[in-house]
Design a protein around this ligand. Structure first.
Ligand code: CAA
Ligand code: NAD
Length: 427
């Protein structure tokens, strides 16, 4: 699968290894174990810290399994090298429940629970016990990076390194550049990202960064569509896979990322943006309170055998097409709607190219949202948004100054040779 090519080729290329040789990952759950795995694969010595010893055991087992999957791909014709690769990578990983034992490293990546206070407490403690040169990074999905680091002194050596689930497979790393981050730290983070096989994009410390800012409204709209009974969750999932080419439907993805994570991300985005599209979803709150967190607890929107995702058949039905249309429109609206579009593009928090790269490599979309907007036609997008806005009054479909401007100038996308991108220049 081409998603793996990135890291298989880049194991040994690494300017960053001159700067980052030792890494600590705090939090050995879904994300922390993946981050530790890719660093160990790249030849770095890694320590995983978790407060729960049983989670450390689980992390080790899942890393072992996932390394075997990678080994099969990288050394498919050589069983000896395959075994050696797994053995050597595993030997570079230590585990501990004592963060003090793991503070003396080049880079510390935090991947603990998505809550501000525990993250702040952790970094405040680390700031006191880590050596001067240690760089700190948070893998937060949605919380302000600045707020997480507000109590530390080394603000120049602190930022966001936002990985995507499953870390060994998704080729994207969002590097979140705070205003106080030094250029040197930024460079080291970008190089380190490359050294662990990722394509790095840069985003300012803006709510949800790129991928979650766009995925958040999409998944919230899917949940509401289901909550209202407009379509079944199975049909919505089929709709997005067959209608939009996404690798997973929104309910499969929510189960995969964890419903608790989804809930926290929406809460934080709602608080930070006050955008009603992120308002609480009673169904999600209920499921989280019942401990139905998705794959990791064995049940979410679907049930999982032995905590492992079951393959589900893509069943077609008449409803599938309809809900695909509704959801596609809502997800396109996220792309071009006032909120993400203005914030991410017109305020230049991320470039159009980085936004497209983010969604392709971070969420497996076949096309980036802005490429898709040009492909669909910006005039069509404008009309669809206007209709949806009229019918729903949902601000996510509201007018977008830049879209209106491009359409008024006759720049409809690919069909006119210019839209968000200029196709004429490429010829
Ligand atoms: N480690 C190593 N390899 C893995 C792996 C892991 N954890 N998980 C899967 N793989 C490999 C498999 O071995 C398989 O390899 P082959 O092709 O050689 O068989 C390949 O990846 C594909 O896996 P599967 O066949 O099991 O399943 P799939 O083809 O359906 O792909 C998927 C699975 C990669 C997860 C795909 O469904 C996908 O891309 N889904 C979208 C995931 C996504 O959007 N992630 C971002 C979520 S948002 C986020 O993370 C940010 C946040 O803050 C919440
Ligand atoms: P998880 O629940 O799987 O793992 C969190 C781990 O942190 C648990 O093992 C827990 O025991 C441990 N922990 C909690 N407090 C700790 C502390 N003070 N010290 C050490 N360990 C501690 O969660 P996850 O899905 O891996 O998410 C971790 C972080 O990564 C969150 O900030 C989340 O928003 C972010 N993230 C998640 C995803 C995703 O798809 N799940 C994607 C990108 C980023």
């Amino acid at each position: 699968m081409n998603k793996l090519i990135g890291f298989t080729r880049k194991f040994s290329s690494s300017a960053a290894l001159n700067s980052v040789k030792t890494v600590t990952v705090v939090g050995g759950g879904l994300m922390g174990s993946g981050i530790a795995q890719v660093a160990a694969q790249a030849g770095q010595n890694v320590t995983i810290v978790d407060i729960k010893p049983e989670l450390l055991d689980h992390a080790q087992k899942s890393i072992q399994n996932n390394l075997q999957r990678v080994a099969k791909k990288v050394h498919k014709d050589d069983p000896i090298k395959m075994e050696q690769f797994v053995k050597e990578s595993i030997s570079r990983i230590k585990i501990t429940t004592n963060v003090e034992e793991a503070a003396n490293v080049d880079l510390i990546v935090e991947a603990i629970v998505e809550k501000l206070e525990p993250k702040q407490e952790l970094f405040n403690k680390l700031d006191k016990i880590s050596p001067e040169h240690t760089i700190f990074a948070t893998n937060t999905s949605s919380i302000s990076v600045n707020a997480i680091g507000s109590g530390i002194k080394r603000k120049d050596r602190f930022g966001g390194l936002h990985f995507f689930n499953p870390v060994p497979v998704m080729r994207l790393l969002e590097v979140i550049k705070t205003e106080s981050m030094s250029e040197e730290t930024y460079k080291i983070m970008m190089e380190w990202g490359k050294s662990v096989g990722k394509t790095c994009i840069t985003c300012k410390d803006t709510p949800g960064f790129v991928v979650n800012r766009l995925l958040g409204p999409y998944s919230a709209e899917a949940l509401r569509l289901y909550e209202r009974g407009d379509a079944s969750k199975e049909d919505i999932d089929i709709g997005m896979k067959l209608g939009a080419g996404y690798p997973m439907g929104p309910f499969e993805l929510a189960d995969y990322t964890g419903l608790d994570t989804n809930k926290y991300v929406l809460e934080v985005l709602h608080k930070l943006t006050n955008n009603p599209v992120f308002r609480p979803i009673p169904l999600l709150d209920k499921m989280v309170s019942e401990g139905k967190l998705g794959v990791k607890t064995g049940e979410g929107f679907y049930k999982y055998k032995k905590y492992k995702g079951e393959a589900r058949l893509a069943r077609t039905s008449t409803n599938a097409f309809q809900c695909c249309v509704v959801l596609c429109q809502s997800s396109q609206a996220n792309i071009a709607c006032e909120d993400p579009y203005c914030i991410l593009v017109t305020k230049s928090d991320a470039s159009a190219k980085d936004i497209d790269t983010a969604m392709k490599l971070g969420a497996g979309y076949p096309m980036g949202p802005l490429e898709l907007a040009d492909f669909t036609g910006l005039d069509t997008k404008q009309s669809v948004l206007a209709t949806l806005y009229k019918e729903t009054q949902n601000p996510v479909f509201g007018p977008i100054a830049l879209l209106d401007k491009l359409v008024a100038e006759g720049k409809f996308g690919r069909k006119t040779g210019e839209g968000i991108y200029n196709y004429l220049e490429k010829i």
